[in-house]
Design a protein around this ligand. Structure first.
Ligand code: PLP
Length: 438
């Protein structure tokens, strides 16, 4: 483990940098992988053999003592970094008081406090007040939003987008249109779902609606304010606002799926804020509790008008997860959301410089710390194979990254990442591409 000596920001004292000490994976990691392979579902997708042993901020150690720069944060989940002491302290304190009491049947302070903060901060379409329902995951938040929109509008027809990922439970999967492997073999899906192209002119979407949909049966349009799994695609503000207009004209609710883009990742609490979009329902999860399982959906009181028993959950809003979420929100407000803006802008600038030097990269894009770059072959064509090779090879250089879309690498590190770590990542990416050329 090395520590950078160049001046970090005040919140970035003792910036840690990775160090590889053994051939990868090391013997302890390899033994664990061998055991895992015998017992885990074959549906898990592991690109490269990284085994997690412990973490601190943006650094992850494997059981053989190698340390890596983690630019995936458990798929955009560990918002405040691995095991931030304030999050751990909040979890420990709550765990000592009580672990569970079922928030749909009883009352408790941590859940109420988190609900007050989220309903006050969420940019949902008014007039307020707003209300929140807590779930355990992104897919569960989307499922709840599907039900809520049906309940409020009486309509079962929904619109979603190609490239969208909304989760893998049957309702959410019916909206998901990201990769064939996720849907193949699981039909029939929910009826009444039309998919449109992300970014397609709103007039086209409306034309399809006019031809195919009974206005009485209209429910909700589900859109990611930045498309995540589909490739970190940033839409134009006018397009999202056009969808907002269309939903209003058709009496349809607009649901922004902020499971990946929410909770400060883009430098604002929710990505829709960058575009001036006010959704009727916001779904979020991932970064909400820095790694403990928690999701939610938020809507104005008029929309969340269902009665007792119409929706519920045993574990959703678990007190330990809520305590982690309150500590997460403290850190976001104190400095991490600002760091996502500042260090995110720095990261993007460095990637743009990188793509000038290294022709395997192009199309660097991002807002805050939701950043991606495309991989292209020597003819300049998008290359899924090269992307996959870079993701795998980067691991050998101490960099943990994941792909998104067909040919992009995504960078969704913890919101505490320091500029020195970004610099290190850029050098590691260059070394990775050079090694593949050998
Ligand atoms: N919605 C979006 C935008 C996501 O990115 C994801 C997960 O990647 C989900 C929903 C599903 O979340 P979960 O895996 O927690 O069910």
């Amino acid at each position: 483990m090395t520590t950078s000596t160049s001046a970090p920001g005040p919140k970035h004292a003792n910036v840690l940098l990775p160090e590889i000490k053994t051939p990868l994976p090391g013997p302890r990691g390899k033994a664990l992988i061998d055991r895992d392979k015998k017992v885990m579902s074959a549906s898990y997708t592991r690109d490269y053999p990284f085994v997690m042993d412990r973490g601190e901020g943006c650094i992850a150690w494997d059981p053989d003592g190698n340390s890596f720069l983690d630019l995936c944060a458990g798929i955009a989940v560990c918002a405040t970094g691995h095991s931030h002491p304030k999050v751990v302290e909040a979890i420990t304190e709550q765990a000592g008081r009580f672990l569970h009491m079922s928030g749909t049947d009883f009352y408790y302070d941590v859940q109420i406090r988190l609900a007050e903060r989220l309903t006050a901060a969420a940019p949902v379409k008014g007039p307020g007040p707003n209300r929140v329902f807590f779930s355990n995951s992104g897919a569960e938040s989307v499922e709840g939003a599907i039900k809520l929109a049906r309940h409020f509008t009486g309509g079962h027809n929904n619109i979603a987008f190609y490239g969208a990922f909304h989760g893998r439970t049957m309702g959410a999967l019916s909206l998901t249109a990201s990769r064939n492997v996720q849907r193949k073999g699981f039909s029939p899906f929910l009826p009444g779902i039309s998919h449109a192209t992300y970014g397609e002119p709103v007039e086209n979407i409306e034309m399809i609606l006019k031809r195919t949909v009974d206005p009485e049966s209209i429910g909700a349009l589900f859109v990611e304010s930045i498309q995540g799994e589909g490739g970190y695609i940033i839409p134009k503000a006018e397009w999202l606002l056009g969808l907002r207009d269309m939903c209003d004209r058709w009496g349809m609710l607009l649901v922004s799926d902020e499971v990946q883009s929410g909770m400060g990742r883009t430098g604002k609490l929710f990505a829709c804020e960058h575009f001036g979009l006010k959704p009727d329902i916001i779904c979020t999860a991932k970064g909400l509790a820095s790694g403990l399982p928690l999701g939610c959906f938020i809507a104005r009181e008029e929309v969340m008008s269902w009665g007792p028993g119409q929706h519920g959950t045993t574990f959703g809003g678990n007190p330990v997860a809520c305590a982690a979420a309150n500590a997460t929100m403290d850190l976001l407000e104190e400095w991490m959301m600002e760091n996502a803006r500042d260090t995110g802008a720095y990261f993007l600038e460095k990637l743009k410089e990188l793509q000038e030097r290294v022709p395997s990269f192009k199309g660097a894009r991002g807002i805050g710390l939701m950043i991606a770059i495309d991989c292209v072959d020597s003819d300049g064509n998008f290359s899924p194979d090269l992307r996959n090779a870079i993701v795998d090879e980067a691991y050998l250089h101490g960099l943990l990254i994941l792909g998104c879309g067909a040919h992009a690498i995504r960078f969704c590190p913890a919101l505490c990442i320091a500029r020195e770590q970004v610099d290190w990542a850029i050098t590691a990416l260059e070394k990775t591409v050079a090694a593949l050329k050998k």
